[in-house]
Design a protein around this ligand. Structure first.
Ligand code: FES
Length: 588
């Protein structure tokens, strides 16, 4: 456990160093809040709960967070705290380009420095859309501040042609129908009108619902809260309860690092596998572990996957949506069924994990399967290695085609997204159903930011022949809502000279999931010879955050954090603000 795990509380409230002194320093700080209309009674002796809000009108998934923040504030006041809401940057999957992943670490820095610099005793993190969840947790962990997360909940299901839709999974299928000419322009327009019936995050087991569920398993949010639909009044009640708990956490002084232990990460990975969850969670958990000073590698995902069955029958691995998961008992029911595979750990709710899930309903056997009759007997996500990915790659087996999990095919290589766009539907493209589509220079440095481009489209001429899946390999990620036999996160990436850079169209590639293997079947000497002449592509950013990201981002097997943000083992990641305060007047 890091020193940040118990960073505050022993010496009283942190905010008292700002507001509790009878001198000029205290006067100045109190007067800042009195200028907002607070009375002295509202300030004195109360823990300050920072309500860290990723609300933005640019992020449709998070657009209800002002109302959620009001509920949080009600809970904080009820428990005797002082809620102060503050904004951070927000990351919306649909509108932000080239990819929100480029900015996850920037948001984490924003959260970390806001928490550290202001007189905050504990924080309620309000997040929903994919990257906002790990970004807030990473920042709060590094800041060493007690934290509890409130998530936005899955959006209502869209209904199109009489069928309930997932926002992502079904869209990808309809897109393929449209490209293959099986769907008319008019139907495509009707689909657009139907797709977004409410606020909230994606309602299948995409990255958002995966991450919010995983946060529950980490013990960082209230039990049962992840899957409550965004529009359900119980989500607002849960937000109020979280606000009240934040006041207790401030008094207890237990920072995020207290809860983010090796055992908690094991629980999170176990749930991830049982969910058939998003491959993006692998990257985010690796990054979060780096912040919490927990030694986590892809090997641990492999070990846990081997004995963890898939239990959640949720798209894209299954049939149902987030709302159905909630009505079947949600994460507590899944964890209760997985209990033989879990550790009992403390949670921010004030109980242990096992106490929190004790009264959860049993699985219904349909939306949530049982250990004795699972969806799949072993893990949803498999970590691969081989001559094509010496530092690892992942594949979501639960959303892949069984027939392609052992496959040998010749590579068809695309150098970046523009090359892919230009040639994928070329009638003269030399490709067949057994080919392996390879996309490179789309990794953390190369793209930059490792966009969700890994589920390459099936070439139109093959689509029209009825081909609905092919082996695809890249150093990119894919949406948690996507599906197919897609090998992702190849490390090291091609743009830093990884073996993916050596592949030529026509080379044989071998995927053997049972042996955890991804190989470029070309003699080692030939791979080395090709790589000896490797020239990195020119950087896209010459200045600013993009240049900083390219210079410092770690590879996918290390969670794509920036190297200078990872916890330094044995050192507290926070600066004590007392020194800054005693000399306040010089710095004001
Ligand atoms: Fe925001 Fe899917 S687009 S969660």
């Amino acid at each position: 456990m890091t020193s940040a795990a118990t960073a505050r509380g022993a010496g009283g409230l942190r905010s008292a160093r700002w507001f509790g002194t009878p001198d000029l320093s205290g006067l100045i700080h109190r007067s800042a809040l009195r200028a907002e209309g607070f009375t002295r009674e509202a300030i004195d002796g109360r823990p300050v709960i920072g309500v860290c809000n990723s609300w933005s009108e640019l992020v449709n998934c998070n657009v209800h967070f002002r109302a959620l923040a009001h509920s949080v504030q009600r809970g904080v006041l009820r428990a005797g705290g002082l809620p102060l809401e503050f904004p951070t940057i927000s990351l919306g999957e649909q509108l932000m380009k080239p990819t929100t992943m480029l900015f996850r670490n920037l948001m984490a820095m924003d959260v970390e420095e806001s928490l550290r610099a202001y007189p905050i005793d504990a924080t309620v993190l309000i997040a929903g859309c994919d990257k906002t969840v790990p970004a807030q947790l990473m920042g709060a962990t590094s800041a060493g501040v007690p934290a509890i997360m409130v998530t936005g909940g899955p959006a209502q299901a869209a209904v199109f042609q009489g069928r309930e839709l997932g926002v992502g999974t079904d869209l990808w299928r309809y897109l393929e129908d449209y490209r293959a000419g099986r769907m008319s322009d008019s139907e495509f327009g009707q689909l657009e009108a139907a797709l977004g019936p409410s606020y909230g995050h994606c309602n299948e087991m995409g990255t958002a619902l995966t991450m919010t569920s995983v946060v529950e398993a980490l013990g960082m949010s209230l039990s049962g809260s992840a899957s409550i639909p965004a529009v359900d009044a119980r989500r607002y009640a849960a937000a109020e309860a979280a606000g009240a708990r934040a006041v207790d956490l401030a008094h207890e002084g237990r920072a995020a690092g207290y809860f983010l232990t090796r055992e908690a990460f094991d629980n999170a990975i176990t749930l991830l596998m049982a969910l058939g969850g998003s491959t993006n969670a692998v990257i985010h958990l690796l990054a979060l572990a780096g912040r919490a000073d927990v030694d986590l590698t892809l090997d641990r995902f492999r070990e846990i996957a081997e004995h963890t069955p898939v239990l959640a029958n949720i798209r894209p691995s299954g049939e149902y949506l987030g709302e159905h998961l909630h009505h079947a008992g949600g994460v507590p029911t899944l964890l209760k069924e997985l209990r033989p595979l879990l550790h009992d750990v403390p949670t921010v709710g004030g109980t242990t994990l096992f106490q929190a899930i004790r009264s959860a309903p049993d699985p219904d056997g349909e939306v949530i399967k049982t250990l004795s009759e699972p969806m799949r007997p072993d893990g949803a996500i498999v970590a691969l290695r081989g001559s094509l990915a010496p530092d690892g790659a992942v594949i979501k087996v639960s959303a892949a085609s069984e027939r392609l999990l052992s496959h040998r095919g010749r590579a068809v290589v695309f150098d970046g997204i523009d090359d892919l766009s230009a040639r994928i539907d070329d009638p003269d493209l030399d490709v067949d159903a057994d080919s392996v589509l390879v996309l490179r220079h789309v990794g953390p440095v190369g793209a930059p930011g490792m966009p969700e481009w890994g589920a390459l489209p099936i070439p139109k001429k093959l689509l029209s022949q009825g081909v609905d899946d092919m082996v695809r390999i890249s150093d990119a990620r894919m949406s948690g809502t996507a599906f197919g036999t897609v090998v992702l996160h190849v490390a090291p990436e091609s743009s830093v000279g990884g073996p993916l850079a050596a592949v030529r169209s026509g080379d044989p590639i071998v995927l053997d999931v049972e042996s955890r293997l991804i190989d470029l079947d070309v003699p080692r000497q030939e791979i080395d010879r090709r790589l000896s002449g490797f020239e990195p592509p020119p950087p896209l950013f010459g200045r600013g955050y993009g240049a900083m990201h390219a210079a410092h981002v770690l590879q996918a097997d290390r969670g794509c954090d920036l190297d200078f943000l990872v916890a330094v083992p044995g050192e507290t990641p926070e600066r004590d603000p007392v020194g800054m305060l005693t000399g306040w007047i010089g710095g004001w």
